[in-house]
Write a protein that binds this ligand. Structure first.
Ligand code: GRF
Length: 187
């Protein structure tokens, strides 16, 4: 049995896609959804599905004892719209077992401040012909770990940041659970 934890700061549509994907699995179990934001929609989505939830402050995230206890027994950590920087001790502890999803084709549109609609606005402003998703291992720097998967979708002149976001979200919900499954089964 592999236990998955999802860390998220926002709505949690990706967390929901992961939770829904593994319903009925005997070898993969989403056993925790945790957030730094007590108001995050992701907590409600987890509660609706009977998945245990937890919240933590920024200083608790940086407290090794606290996080080691919170993530005890977890095999894979998925960052799905998690906005705080992961401390070095967690990066080390979960090396090769912690992944992030980014709503653009890294290394373009990565780094601090490049999240959510900021990414899609920049892509449209630059008149890019395509956008996509990147799923990568987590390293100590934002959006810089080794890439596991990137998937592209084309953009037309009619696309707006909103429609680009929808195209990207579709890719995310399709591919993130698959990557989690492969990673969990490889451990
Ligand atoms: C996703 O676009 C993900 O790529 C990014 O944050 C967003 C989270 O969306 N890292 P949701 O909360 O899963 O709906």
């Amino acid at each position: 049995m592999k236990n998955i934890a999802v860390l998220a700061s926002g709505t949690g549509s990706n967390a929901a896609a992961i939770m829904d994907r593994f319903i009925g699995y005997e070898d993969i179990f989403v056993s925790l959804v945790a957030s730094n934001n007590p108001e995050a929609g992701v907590l409600e989505k987890a509660a609706e599905r009977g998945v245990p939830t937890s919240t933590f402050t920024k200083s608790q995230l940086n407290d090794e004892e606290f996080m080691t206890e919170l993530l005890r027994g977890i095999d894979v950590v998925v960052l799905a719209g998690f906005l705080l920087k992961i401390p070095a001790f967690l990066v080390r502890e979960f090396e090769g077992r912690m992944i992030n999803i980014h709503p653009a084709l890294l290394p373009k549109y990565g780094g601090k401040g490049m999240y959510g609609e900021h990414v899609h606005k920049a892509v449209i402003e630059n008149e890019d012909k395509e956008t996509g998703i990147t799923i990568h291992y987590v390293s100590e720097n934002y959006d810089e770990g080794d890439i596991i998967l990137s998937e592209t979708v084309s953009l037309s002149q009619r696309d707006t940041p909103k429609t680009a976001a929808l195209k990207v979200q579709k890719l995310e919900h399709k591919h993130l659970p698959e990557v989690v499954k492969k990673l969990a089964r490889s451990l």
